[in-house]
Design a protein around this ligand. Structure first.
Ligand SMILES: [Zn+2]
Length: 276
């Protein structure tokens, strides 16, 4: 699960179950905000509880080995700009998709454009929430990690190169402008005007490209019959996403076991009557 945009749920699992990853500082920082904004703790209480948490969950915890990390985490609690972030959905307007779909380009390129659009909307929400200022930039910049992330969440084929192929092509078509050092201007966003009908909501930020595949009726892209997650399937036998399929299998096994127990009890009851 991508917790980046659902920090509240993430920090709740940290609070209840201990560290969820190797990123101890990130999790302590979120805990401090959780202590402050959800549990209403004052600075002294936050400090005490953070130490208690570390004692409980870090094996052989020694205060002197962690004081820098802990102090840095506690400092975030003093900044009002630091807040827990939860974005449950991103609205997509028909007008935005109409524009992207009006372009005579490959579906995979459209998915990248759509993904950048959603990413920009996510960035905007976070920025405006944190800084209370309007975010109206069309820039995207980052290094390898950020571009790799865009490639993954666009759900484009692995062999396709995001920078050398897709972004270059979009630049040739004057849809984006390539600046330098991983900086691009997403010029086309100006034509994606959010107005009129909201056609769907993006809730799975790890598979943004699949939403456009589903909307455009691409073969093999379906909605899980149980949870509505959009998934890619190899054949039409599949109806459920991985998580739901596992749950269904588990409950089926349980039902078979229950049925077996019931039959056994019934057999014993019949035998008892017979022997009477
Ligand atoms: Zn599902």
């Amino acid at each position: 699960m991508n917790y980046k945009y659902n920090e509240l749920e993430y920090v709740e699992s940290v609070y209840n179950k201990g560290f969820q990853s190797k990123y101890i500082f990130t999790e302590l920082r979120l805990l401090v905000l959780y202590f402050r904004d959800v549990l209403d703790m004052k600075p002294k209480e936050r400090e005490y509880n953070l130490h208690e948490f570390c004692k409980k969950y870090i094996p052989y915890f020694k205060r002197e080995n962690y004081y820098k990390t802990i102090n840095k985490a506690l400092k975030t609690g003093l900044s009002k700009q630091q807040k827990l972030i939860t974005i449950s959905k991103i609205d997509i307007y028909k007008s935005e998709l109409d524009y992207i779909n009006s372009l005579g380009i490959n579906q995979e390129y459209k998915k990248v454009m759509f993904t950048f659009l959603v990413q920009l909307k996510l960035n905007k929400i976070i920025y405006e929430y944190k800084y209370n200022k309007i975010y109206d930039t069309l820039y995207f910049y980052g290094g390898k990690i950020k571009y790799n992330n865009i490639k993954n969440i666009s759900n484009i084929p692995k062999i396709m190169s995001l920078n050398d192929e897709v972004i270059n092509k979009l630049s040739d078509l004057k849809l984006v402008t390539i600046l330098h050092r991983g900086k691009i201007i997403l010029d086309y966003i100006e034509n994606c005007i959010p107005e009129g009908e909201i056609i769907f909501e993006v809730t799975d930020y790890n598979n943004i490209g699949l939403y456009l595949d589903y909307y455009n009726g691409i073969k093999g892209i379906i909605k899980c019959s149980n949870c509505d997650k959009i998934i890619r399937v190899k054949n039409n036998k599949h109806k459920y996403c991985e998580v739901c399929a596992k749950e269904m299998k588990l409950s089926q096994t349980k039902n078979i076991a229950k049925e077996g127990m019931r039959n056994l009890r019934e057999e014993r009851r019949v035998k008892k009557i017979e022997t009477c």
